[in-house]
Design a protein. Sequence first.
Lengths: 497, 497
Amino acid sequence: MDTVHLSRFIQNFNIFALATLSLLFFFGLSGFKEIKAQAAPDENPNIVLIFMDDLGYGDLGSTGAIDYQTPNLDKMASEGMRFTNFYTVSPICSASRAALLTGTYPNRIGITGALFPDSQIGLNPEEQTIAELLKQQEYATGMVGKWHLGDARKFLPLQHGFDEYFGLPYSNDMWPVNYDGTPATDTTSFHAKMPPLPLIEGNEHVEYIRDQQDQDQLTTRYTQRAVDFIERQQQPFFLYFAHTMPHVPLGVSQKFRGKSDQGLYGDMMMEIDWSVGQVLQALNEKGVADNTLVIFTSDNGPWLNFGDHAGSAGGLREGKQTTWEGGVRVPAILLWPDVIPSGSINNKMAATIDLLPTFASITGAALPENKIDGVDIFHLLQGDNHSQPREHLVFYYNQNDLEAVLKGKWKLVFPHHWRTYEDEPPGENGLSGDRHLVSTEIALYNLRRDPGERYNVFEQNPEVVEELMKLAEEAREDLGDDLSDRKGMNKREPGKL
Amino acid sequence: MDTVHLSRFIQNFNIFALATLSLLFFFGLSGFKEIKAQAAPDENPNIVLIFMDDLGYGDLGSTGAIDYQTPNLDKMASEGMRFTNFYTVSPICSASRAALLTGTYPNRIGITGALFPDSQIGLNPEEQTIAELLKQQEYATGMVGKWHLGDARKFLPLQHGFDEYFGLPYSNDMWPVNYDGTPATDTTSFHAKMPPLPLIEGNEHVEYIRDQQDQDQLTTRYTQRAVDFIERQQQPFFLYFAHTMPHVPLGVSQKFRGKSDQGLYGDMMMEIDWSVGQVLQALNEKGVADNTLVIFTSDNGPWLNFGDHAGSAGGLREGKQTTWEGGVRVPAILLWPDVIPSGSINNKMAATIDLLPTFASITGAALPENKIDGVDIFHLLQGDNHSQPREHLVFYYNQNDLEAVLKGKWKLVFPHHWRTYEDEPPGENGLSGDRHLVSTEIALYNLRRDPGERYNVFEQNPEVVEELMKLAEEAREDLGDDLSDRKGMNKREPGKL
């Protein structure tokens, strides 16, 4: 019997539990550290936010992965809540992370694509992050992993509310090594322009990731650091654990190489699952699991052109760098034994930007003064399946025009171009396959019937189209159609060097 | 605290449990009938097989349903095992059911399509069903719901190993009522040719389903009968509970009408979920839940041309009456607290035909003397995630040629025609939309990357094609390419009047 169910048991049968505890005392039994007092309802929970890089909707056991297993994540889902309609608001790294940490659509705050080493912009220090919000509630705040919101000192995590930081400042392929593992010598290539890839402790470059062996150790080292952070804290604490994996180049430690039936990608996923297990075990051993909210989700869909080194969108259309479902719908598993009903599924639409206001609601923190776009979904976590705090979402990619509006089961897609891997052989062994540019006419999809976005039902549903057109027009007024026209009235500047 | 976890608890902490029971006795507390002895390991489990009609892969909370919830099924999954690659071997009613009950590919035993009232063939009495197999192990055997393997007396459940039977002999739209609910008067129509739809008790027509109100009561009445069967039995028992829903015309009792946000289909699914809850509760109240294997699955994918009255294949391609994934991949949830690890996902390929040999393995029953096609997956239920008892599956539809071979992540599809709803407005309010005939060239799909079967990768994978071609040729030799050529050497005759 695990802690979760034992604590429920005690909650439900107080007399029984009291009697049992007396009896245990009487018999002098030991080894029952699972039995502990429930956290007082007014005690703020610890929060652990595990954020993956390019993990696809279909990459977990619970969402249909094949040829490898994710038992720790499956168990986490069975003891917690899985959201089946959970979204990132941008299908690209930096924009997605800016949104996550600020609860705000990315182009409202000027981070719309992927930042590069020595970028001249970063997350504006004026924006309030989850870490800063929780600091006000006396949380200890730590971050492990990939930041990607500006690598200049003024943009790094310690300047955004984190007490400590250990990880990579940006993507692990932004280094002077080609995708085939050879040193990048062609000076015209993307990789040759990259500086050495630093590993940062606090604000300092303490090491460099120089080769595949270094990449292979990242998940292990991140995990050790995450567990160490948990062990050192006094409640309450916030840990933002942003894995570098499954972003290419894939890294896997020796203990997981060859363990799956799906090559390096499967091995890597098994190591990620192990890592989640290590975090949950650390929370259990510390005795804080019941009142810790653990969230597992991803920044965007799979980077499909990397073929066998990319994840799966599980039947959703396309992947990363597109606003089709495969790019923006992500797995989301939430565990919080004191609050979240075990084994529950929530099918209400929710998004990464909703986490900040939800954490505010849970902890009593004040919302940022700047306008945010997230909504409070605390009720959903408590098992409310009827209310629908979020009515719709809008999707932009990079500096493109508004690409899509999603409300309930309806998704209206505006004409736009995107890079597809269709009809191109996908890459193998870490190399990228080709992509080409394609475009769509305006289209409406019924995601109940057609989550794969195959069948355009625009003509048959004029009233739905009209309703979503109105939401799109509001979004354009509010957020603009791109960054260059600055039409949107409520946009803010990114941080600048 | 539910029975499952309490029993685990007792298993793990025997002294604790004994002490607790003494204490309960001392205090004279009552209402703890959840506390009971574990079933002896050598005691055969009860088996409850819940079989849906046209339920799609995406119709459950755990597989992405929206606008309604299935909390009992979600809970069942979180306490049991969910298979993510579970298949029916035929995308049509009678063939699928013949396969389920005999563990045999449908065209090996001559039931390849949907039978109609007064059909001249039925499931051959020479074939051994799950019920007959379990009878040999002294199971009580009951069936509630839709049979569809011949409605003449010689084909009915009592002649196939069931002690008792209550339900419809075939589909609920095989009645003299049009899909719009009006009496069928056009004598050239399908419905006008139908006799009154009987409700059967044992071998007798005891009532007729005459109107929508009668259809609305089916789920309630079936459920009452299923619960009644459970309550009356001495262990061990086998209950085959074959719902008529979600087959059109949809029926929903008053207590669920208007309860979902997805119209009649959502209401109906909520009633089905309620029904599953009633069955699980009956098992709990009887004190046999821990050693009962409950299985929930479906006969084939959703009947998509019925639009808002059809389910969802959850992003898989097409639905019922096709061998695309949407027609043959079905949800499968298995609960057996004494054996199945709670909250586990199994992603190995398995199929409805594997249940018969698995039940034989579990109960020690002898396999049928006739050749069967199912394999024993008992190890998978016990939590083994490494072995792969089933290497491949072949798919036929009706009397067509072999349409597809599936091995691991690879699916080879042969040229064939099928009816699609694509580019046709789907039906509404119980009426069918149009369909039209389309065809495919030979194609290979990588279901890890592309479970939606969009991207033909035949040209890029000649070795895979060669391997699957060989399996196809073996299937053609063994099972034939259709019923008319009788090329397959190992086929048997259906039962005949």
